[in-house]
Design a protein around this ligand. Sequence first.
Ligand code: ZN
Length: 431
Amino acid sequence: MLKKGITLVLSLAVILSVYLYSYQNQSILSEADLEVIDSVETAIVIPEPTVLYGMVVDSFQIAENSVKRNESISDILLAYNVSHQVIFQLANKAKNIFDVRKIAPNKKYTIIYQDIDSLPSAKALVYEPNPEEYVVFNLRDSISVHMEKRPIEIQEKSLSGVITSSLYNEIIRNGGTPELVDLVADMYGWQIDFTKIYPGDKFKILYTERTIEGQSVGIEEIIGAELIHYNSPFLSIAFDQGDGTDYFDEEGKSLRKAFLRYPVKFTRISSRYTKKRFHPVQKRYKAHLGTDYAAATGTPIYAAGDGVITKAAYEKYNGKNVKIRHNGTYSTQYLHMSRIASGIKSGSKVKQGQLIGYVGSTGLASGPHLCYRFWKNGQQVDALKVDLPSSEPIMEDFMTTYNRYRDFVRSQLDLIEYPEETKEVLLAGVK
Ligand SMILES: [Zn+2]
């Protein structure tokens, strides 16, 4: 009844406003005008049902929220007057679909509810563990739980810019994400140290992005890029020779340099990287963020890759140790040395395979070993598990295909224009 009443009022309002408009324009309503009014009325009478998470929700109320710290599914549902018994049944039904204990702070959830005797009563809870998936806890007729996936679309995108302050700022300013910055910095990590500023350097990036309902949820991959560094072009083309995508230059050489698999000749790995282990000396559980290679005292230790020494010193726990910065992304560190090799001091350059010290047990160590630590973007990662870049060039068999593909990607890159202010920056003589 109420809906019909509203419809009538709206229809009258439409007729009145059209009439007033016509009056002002010194004309009278024609047959055609009346037809228009009629169709407007029809459009209002039949409302489209509101569908949310696959449910028609017109007769329900909706509350959107995010999970608070230490909040459980029970806490959320109890506030909407769902009984403990029903919550228990829901959790049971969810078992093979979604572990209800895994709901995490700050994740979005939606309650679809009705007020019954002025108390909110949940009809469904929808929890979104990530932008792609959502779990529907249905309480409408029978209790059921199911998980849905939203379709992901892959969109090709491009971005360009001129560095005035940093690569980060320039990519963000032109609509890129921190994730894209990381990928670009990692890709060019062996050529250019982006922690330094190179005003006037230019870049073009062709990439694909994953989107859900128009919203970006991450970078799929970089297809190709061109960086102009001190007026020299650095082309990067993504290509898969059968062992995963890697980045190659104009001539098909890998953009990356490999690390030595092991920096020392060892007898056995005595301890692996772990977030939790029983420390043999301290007799307590603590993280071990390195790989221990057991070897006799005096065994030579070699630099895992080219770089600059950032530390060559004695420290209480690490003993005599050396740290090498390989590029903007990677650093390695070598602990418990009996002796640091001569000439190895902070600031000196080293080549891959160069002798930097000798195995020992200085600092906190139970026996002679090398504790090898691997840093990526300032974080300690497992040297045995880190996805180390391959440095193999394009193989003979793939060369023709690669060249053709490279030319295609480059033609696409050529189509990308630099932002307008590029010209101003260059004219201003930044470079
Ligand atoms: Zn260790």
